[in-house]
Structures are given as C-alpha cells and as structure tokens.
Unconditional design. Structure first.
Length: 233
C-alpha cells in the first residue's frame, strides 16, 4: 500500500476567508443586518432574524455564491406577530387578484396557513403563475416558510383552445355574465388534457348547473367536474 494519501476534504483552510466574505455580503444590505454567519469546514451557518421570508432566502443564495462555500445551513427566523388567521386572509386576498389580465380564471389555488407556514396547492396554467403565487407568500410579512404544492398544467394548444371556449360559454351566458364583473372571476376553469374542472363560488344552485351545462357544451371537452360551491354554504 502506498504511503501517500490525498489531503482530507473539508479541512477548513478557507473558513476565515469565507467568514469575512459572507459577513461583508450580509452587512451590505440593511435587510440582512439581523443575520450573523459562522463557518465550519466550508459550511456556513446563518442565524438571526429578518422581517420577510424572501430576505432569509436571498441571504442563503448570497452566502452560497461566496467562493469555497460548500453548503449553507439557514437557521434564520422570520420575526412575526401576525396570527395564522390574519395571514390566511391577507394571502387569500392577494392570491385571488394575482396576475389580473393574465388569465387568472384558468388558475385555481388553495391556501392553508399553520404556525406561520403557508402551503399553496392547486392547479395553474403556467410557471409564471406558480412563481408569482409563491413570491406573494414569500414577500408577505409574517410568513415563516412557503410550501409549494402547486401543479403546473402541461402545455397543450388544445387545452388552451378549450379554456377560451369554456370561458366564452360561461361568461357569455346572460345569467352568468355577472361573474365577469369582478376581476378575481369566482368561476375558475382548470383544463387538463380535455378534462374541465370548475372551481369557485356562485350565488345559487341554478348558476352552478348552468355553468356545468355551458362547459359541457364546448367541443372537445371530455368531462366536466363541477366543484363550484354555493355562497353562504
């Protein structure tokens, strides 16, 4: 056996330089003034507090780009006095109106806030819609973490045609046209490989039935799952 051995990996010989560089990066922004960093064998540990989650995530990205950093442990906490109920309402209001003008009627999101952790699920038409929803949560004061369970639907020209046709059939109906007055569009239309699911809240059972019939009348629609809820129920 050869007496020569390769030098051990992670000897920590860069730790002092990493410490200096990471600290310099953190002190360059007011939003990171509450964060401190320690280094052990190239692993940076971030501790302290920030006002919003996005600042915590950005600090980790910044530290990970410093030369010779082997990894980052992000133990930074988001300071918060907001209750889960307050965050639930605030985020719900923001998400309902997110991306107005970009086809929000074709996205259907669900939100749950527990111990400051916002879990977002549901279906969206494209990646910008998903990224925007996650960004809203990450930049809302009081949100400590974001769990992204959003499903981005597959790209399909046929589904895009169906989305527009179903929207015209529903919102063009004289009984249902009132739901187009609010940009949040209470009737959400999710299309996946020709299968349509309707989400949202309508005023009464008749509106619910008409919306389902209108969706079923569109060519190339394979099935319609009516999950519309009645107001006050």
């Amino acid at each position: 056996m050869s007496a020569w051995a390769a030098p051990a990996v992670g000897t920590g010989r860069y730790d002092q330089q990493i410490q200096q560089d990471v600290t310099k990066s953190l002190t360059s922004k007011d939003k990171w003034q509450g964060i401190t960093a320690s280094v052990d064998d190239g692993i940076v540990t971030l501790q302290g507090s920030v006002k919003v989650l996005i600042d915590k995530l950005d600090a980790q990205k910044k530290a990970s780009k410093v030369e010779h950093v082997a990894g980052v442990r992000n133990q930074v906490e988001v300071s918060s006095t907001a209750s889960d109920e307050q965050l639930q309402k605030q985020l719900s209001d923001k998400l309902r109106y997110d991306r107005v003008g970009y086809g929000i009627a074709f996205n259907a999101l669900a939100l749950k806030v527990e111990n400051g952790v916002a879990t977002i699920s549901g279906d969206v038409r494209d990646y910008p819609a998903r990224d925007s929803a996650v960004a809203i949560a990450a930049t809302t004061p009081g949100v400590k973490e974001v769990v992204d369970n959003i499903n981005v639907l597959p790209t399909s020209p046929m589904d895009d045609d169906i989305r527009l046709s179903v929207a015209r059939a529903i919102y063009g109906n004289s009984t249902l046209s009132k739901y187009a007055m609010d940009p949040q569009k209470p009737i959400r239309i999710v299309v996946d490989n020709g299968h349509v699911t309707l989400y949202g809240v309508v005023d009464n059972q008749m509106d619910k039935q008409i919306a389902e019939m209108q969706a079923k009348s569109v060519p190339n629609v394979f099935s319609v799952d009516d999950k519309l809820m009645l107001a006050g129920k």
